[in-house]
Design a protein around this ligand. Structure first.
Ligand code: GLN
Length: 187
């Protein structure tokens, strides 16, 4: 069966991920229900607002469905808000989390919306810097023993991998740089 890449489409910038997937010849599909998730072999959780999405996830039943797919080893990639939701802990907030990625994150670590920025990022395994857009981005402030840091800005961790799980603070779907999507498809 062809690899079907689900993109969580309850809120946020999911369409941009679908655009990149189609640009690189992958099959992307919107996921709003557990039934739609069941048809996918991997999942991308986009950027958005993590407190809002937490409410939508619980009412759709996707909260439990996604945690159980992570337990089965399904590749899951969270960008920005997506990484926040995957984390075990968020500093200073009580909010819905999948708790599947053994990290602690700090939300809005670079300040408010006006402090959004773009940067050429040294990324583990890539020959040249990755073009990355940071929008009210989180950072990783603690990593469990099974977690590997893939990119940093100064000393701040902005990309991590734990087996088949990938978390990035930034938005690779907003640039023409498709290398991270291609890498995720090889997980
Ligand atoms: N600041 C948002 C949050 O904490 C994430 C922003 C984003 O996904 N671009 O949920």
């Amino acid at each position: 069966m062809r690899d079907r890449v689900g993109v969580l489409a309850l809120q946020g910038d999911y369409q941009k991920h679908l655009d990149v997937l189609s640009a690189i010849g992958a099959f992307g599909t919107e996921v709003r229900t557990p039934g739609e998730l069941a048809t996918c072999s991997r999942l991308i959780i986009p950027g958005g607002e993590s407190t809002t999405l937490g409410i939508l996830l619980t009412s759709s039943g996707l909260d439990k469905a996604i945690v159980s797919r992570a337990g089965e080893g399904t590749p899951i990639w969270g960008t920005c808000m997506g990484m926040i939701l995957m984390a075990k802990e968020v500093e200073g907030y009580k909010q819905f989390l999948f708790g599947i990625l053994d990290v602690t994150v700090r939300r809005n670590a670079f300040g408010a919306q006006i402090f959004s920025f773009e940067e050429g990022l040294e990324f583990s395994g890539f020959a040249s810097p990755l073009h990355a857009v940071f929008i009210r981005a989180p950072i990783v402030t603690r990593m469990g023993s099974g977690v590997e840091a893939l990119a940093r800005i100064d000393d701040q961790i902005v990309a991590v991998r734990q087996g088949s799980l990938l978390g990035t603070s930034f938005h690779p779907e907003l640039t023409g740089d498709t290398r991270l999507h291609e890498m995720f498809l090889r997980f």
